[in-house]
Design a protein around this ligand. Structure first.
Ligand code: TYD
Length: 207
């Protein structure tokens, strides 16, 4: 039975670690799981990832960046996510449309209505069944990322990251049915147990 789950959170919130653990736990239960990430997840998405995250393209305008994220999203939806859902997979996506609303909308102050329309166009309206938001204090999140991995976006100011986090809270509170807010500062195993319980619940409700 298919289920589409997105993971959202500020940089360093631990999404990637939790996705790996959740995937293993679901596969152990015999479920077909597809884990992917944005930007990336396809050849085209990975090319976009290099373009948007590399410090080499420092001249990139914020609107160009927004369009590229959304373009990568269109590709992953049609190439990876929809086919996997059609096969009955549980799809775990590290970031999805809400990242564009949080980072480009709340972070860079691009118009939210335009970004929503761009997301709708790119995804054909496909929304996650469930969005797991891993909340973490900005400084704590950034301190988890080794300096050698600081890409162009993580070089944004603290104020930017605070605006992103506040934006996530607005988005999550506006749709408490889809969003689940989790404390990303908890120990990895504790957080995993919480996530697994909620996902198993959602799968049972979906069955
Ligand atoms: P990544 O290294 O994947 O960070 P993380 O592991 O924390 O998810 O880098 C993704 C970066 O791209 C992250 O800083 C958020 C940013 N981003 C946007 O600004 N808009 C988007 O639509 C997406 C998908 C990502």
């Amino acid at each position: 039975m298919s289920l589409f789950i997105s993971f959202e959170g500020p940089d360093g919130s631990g999404k990637t670690t939790q996705i790996l653990l959740l995937r293993a736990a679901l596969e152990e239960r015999g479920l077909h799981v597809l884990a992917t990430r944005e930007p990336g997840g396809t050849r085209i998405g990975n090319a976009v990832r290099t373009l948007v995250l590399s410090p080499e393209y420092a001249e990139m305008s914020q609107r160009t960046e927004a369009l590229l994220y959304v373009a990568a999203r269109a590709q992953i939806v049609y190439e990876v996510i929809l086919p996997a859902l059609a096969e009955g997979a549980v799809v775990l996506c590290d970031r999805y449309g809400d990242s564009t609303l949080a980072y480009q909308g709340y972070g860079h102050a691009l118009p939210l209505d335009d970004l929503r329309a761009m997301n709708a166009f790119a995804t054909g309206g496909l929304q996650p069944d469930m969005t797991l938001y891993l909340d973490i204090n900005v400084a704590a999140g950034l301190s988890r990322i080794p300096a050698s991995e600081h890409d162009r976006l993580e070089a944004n100011t603290l104020a930017f990251h605070e605006a992103v986090r506040a934006g996530y809270h607005v988005l999550a509170q506006a749709d408490p049915v889809r969003w689940l807010i989790l404390d990303g500062a908890q120990p990895i195993a504790t957080l995993h147990t919480q996530i697994l319980a909620r996902v198993l619940q959602a799968l049972a409700a979906h069955a």
